[in-house]
Design a protein around this ligand. Structure first.
Ligand SMILES: Nc1ncnc2c1ncn2[C@@H]1O[C@H](COP(=O)(O)OP(=O)(O)OC[C@H]2O[C@@H]([n+]3cccc(C(=O)O)c3)[C@H](O)[C@@H]2O)[C@@H](O)[C@H]1O
Ligand SMILES: Nc1ncnc2c1ncn2[C@@H]1O[C@H](COP(=O)(O)OP(=O)(O)OP(=O)(O)O)[C@@H](O)[C@H]1O
Ligand SMILES: [Mg+2]
Length: 249
């Protein structure tokens, strides 16, 4: 069953690239399980034309060690671009201007800086992809997609999304079959956007609950409320065309 699913995704990746007329595929490799699975899948689809990019940015050294393990376990080609200085320079330059205008908002500082990280990674991937003539592959799974737990035009700014129908549990199953190292399969999901961040503590619910809810199973009312609130608030991320002004002319 998992074998067939993987064959289908690999075929779909090959077809997507051929239809787009590109030579191969690229993904950001964070040391987390979602990008680990995507790295293994794109390597299977394009053994000689797949690239994993590690983009440390004040990153937890363990995450970058895990990312290096994924490069090894998948056999994907690798590139590293350290974005620490770029981010610092860009964010402080912007904040200096905001402070001069009295518009710097302390409450939104952490999230604004965090989302800039995700958007710098997106820009880096597209710049590299243009040189290689590759498509940018995203890593969002069904739980992240439904809850909108990603940065619009950051990690959400991609060309194709092979895992968008799979729950977090299913992504781990795919990873186990593909040979993703155990320590990556069992680690706590984190966006790594600030120190100590974990997805579940930020969201206030768990992937197990979101997965169960997406499968139509019963979950506590309080978790359902959190999930539906996130879903509603992030509709604009899943369908940006909805935000276009239409005059009817
Ligand atoms: N109704 C509406 N119509 C059109 N646009 C709307 C809108 N409401 C907000 N917006 C726009 O959207 C922006 C908010 O969305 P966005 O910029 O995405 O930011 P936001 O959703 O506030 O934050 C991103 C979330 O995703 C998490 N994340 C990010 C990256 C990676 C991962 C991970 O799991 O690895 C997780 C991150 O920790 C955070 O909780 C607003 O600033 C506004 O510009
Ligand atoms: N340091 C990084 N280097 C390269 N890519 C990164 C880095 N941090 C995040 N990304 C990209 O952003 C994506 C979104 O991060 P996310 O945390 O949702 O996925 P993950 O780290 O692969 O898995 P998990 O959700 O289990 O942590 C990653 O899959 C990866 O493609
Ligand atoms: Mg992560």
């Amino acid at each position: 069953m998992v074998k067939k699913t993987i064959e289908n995704i690999v075929q779909w990746l090959q077809q997507s690239a051929h239809e787009a007329g590109v030579n191969g595929l690229i993904v950001g490799v964070s040391g987390g399980v979602d990008s680990a699975v995507v790295a293994h899948l794109i390597q299977r689809a394009f053994p000689d034309h797949s690239l994993g990019v590690m983009m440390p940015l004040n990153s937890n050294p363990d995450d970058m060690k895990h990312a290096a393990k994924v490069i090894e376990s998948s056999g994907i080609n690798e590139l590293t671009v350290d974005l620490t200085e770029t981010h610092q320079l860009m964010y402080t330059t912007i904040c200096e201007q905001l402070k001069q205008q009295n518009a710097f908002n302390e409450n939104n500082d952490q999230l604004a800086g965090a989302n800039l990280r995700a958007r710098l990674r997106m820009s880096t991937l597209y710049t590299i992809a243009a040189h290689y003539h590759y498509l940018v592959v995203g890593t969002d799974n069904a739980a992240e997609w439904y809850t909108g737990y990603f940065t619009k035009y950051g990690d959400g700014g991609v060309d194709i999304l092979p895992l968008v129908e799979f729950t977090k549990h299913e992504v781990r199953e795919l990873g186990r079959y593909l040979g993703v190292p155990d320590e990556i399969l069992s680690k706590k999901p984190s966006a790594g956007l600030w120190e100590g961040q974990t997805d579940e503590s930020e969201m206030g619910t768990t992937y197990d609950k979101i997965d169960a809810y997406l499968k139509g199973e019963k979950i506590p009312e309080s978790d359902k409320e959190i999930i539906e609130k996130m879903h509603g608030r992030t509709a604009h991320k899943r369908d940006p065309l909805k935000q276009f002004h239409r005059s009817g002319k």
